[in-house]
Design a protein around this ligand. Sequence first.
Ligand code: KDG
Ligand code: MG
Length: 402
Amino acid sequence: MKITSAKVIVCSPGRNFVTLKIETDEGIYGLGDATVNGRELVVAQYLEEHVIPSLIGRDAGQIEDIWQFFYRGYYWKKGVIDMAALAAVDMALWDIKAKAAGMPLYQLLGGKSREYINVYTHVNGETIADVLADFEVALNKGYKFIRVQCGVPGLAKTYGVTKKGVAYEPANANLPEEQVWNTTKYLNSVEAVFKAVREKFGDEVELLTDVHHRLTPIEAASLGKMLEPYRLFWMEDPTPSDNQESFKLIRQHTTTKIAVGEVTSSIYDIKDLITNQLVDYIRTTIVHGGGITHIRQIANLAALYQIKTGFHGATDLSPITMGCALHVGTAINNFGIQEHMPHCQVTESVFTHAYQFDHGTFQVGEAPGHGVDINEELAAQYPYKRASLPVNRLEDGTLHPW
Ligand code: KDG
Ligand code: MG
């Protein structure tokens, strides 16, 4: 089966998405997600100028060889733009192969290792009372794994916290919004949030939190220690993972489990974290991590060290990435949890999908391929709009990780 054409679809149904459509001489097409939040047009142009021309005429079934062509073959590699473009190609080719076989993708990846996929969702609020109210809503929807983010007294805006009833969307400005961060205020207030949640909702529900790269290793260690009584499922990105070795310091001080990887794109970005057992969950996901082919390699390495997956699943990952993540999660043994930040209705109307939410879990669906499609006519009604993630400054103006 030969690749006859490929095109990039950039649209903004609720938020920006970059989608690659690969067509074949047998009439079967595949779809891949290439969205990098705030960098959409760069990936689109890389695909159009440097990837698509090299795809035409190739055998769509040679997924591994095509992957290696754009990774091992290409001189520049491993950056998130390259890996997102490669991921889109890889997802589309797996979609084509599974459609040609008439099977849901998970069958080609080894079949079912589990009956459903556990997901965690986000709960947040400006105050502890707001958090408790939102938590109750999530419990009523059936979620058993819940990420908790609370406003920090004295800070105007905090990562993960939104106005009541409004879906959280950090990429909300034409240019990066400058926010203010204060680590002491955060560390002084965060324990009370988890204490209140455990007191009100008991010990059974699993709790997660995202530190969003804001602490130094020793601050992260003290946070982990402070939160041990509340038995977190994980604390995420407690410190930047640029220096993988710094996680050794955190591990020396706390048994709070750690999840890392949503801003990583290559196995080499997390290799030392895995082989030294410095984390418990890997969050690198399909779109930013080179597609199904590379993510399976990461998951296999992690499995050797009893580390599980916890794929990134915020709204900037398109339903195509969600579909692929659910197929991989269904097939591999060391699946841990899938993040689920529900897409808005407009996104859902443009991207139709076979996967279905069911009381805090997902059913992957039995449609051939990865089960996600795009309504191109509808997508064309939502043109791209520049959006940027915020940046952080300390109170004295010093730039700090967001
Ligand atoms: O584009 C950035 C978001 O995907 C990120 O801020 C969300 O940290 C995030 C999470 O854990 O979902
Ligand atoms: Mg995160």
